[in-house]
Design a protein around this ligand. Sequence first.
Ligand code: GRF
Length: 223
Amino acid sequence: MASPLRIAVLVSGRGSNLQALIDAGRAGTLAVETVLVASDRPQAEALPRAAAAGIATFALERAGFPDRRAFDEALFAEVAAHAPDLVVLAGFMRVLGAAAVTRWHGRMINIHPSLLPAYRGLDTHARALAAGEAAHGASVHFVTTELDGGPVIAQARIAILPGDTPDRVAARLLPEEHRLLVATIGLIAAGRITLAGERVQFDGASLAAPLVLRPDGSLATGA
Ligand code: GRF
């Protein structure tokens, strides 16, 4: 059997996406080894989750560094020391500088709570509701220097319902995010998803549109 994909997970808060990865690894549905969980917030709830699972943790605060580049260098020195195959931004709320992003090109993904390219940035649920959208969702994309603008690998979609609030949308979307992130990393671990330049490759061919999360938790091409 091939050795599991080594992942480092970067977090800033609650860590429910991290927990989904830990749980899938334990259940044997995701062949990854989480070699590090790193945070820009020492108080992030994600860190005790990682520690409870026996995963190495690391925290550093931006305020301790003169500029973003110095912060990124310290963070990614620790990441690199654990030799991950893939860096996963799972609720990591800090913008990374070009040097770090370029160095990890094709080896760093982010989960973002919108159907990219719509609603990059913050407050995605409130903005989707205010715009009267009928559908909303989450995306996993390769990280590039453009914030939330890298090539999208896969998406999970939910309907917006009458009476929805940002909190209700978030609560309904979160379990889909978890399934989306697990399924996407599963394909990367299986060697089926790669990045060539700015194009996502799926089973060796350029992906024309993001993969879509199906009710059974698998990812498929087309709507
Ligand atoms: C998720 O909604 C994710 O899409 C966004 O931040 C949130 C993180 O949640 N980037 P958690 O920390 O994984 O619970």
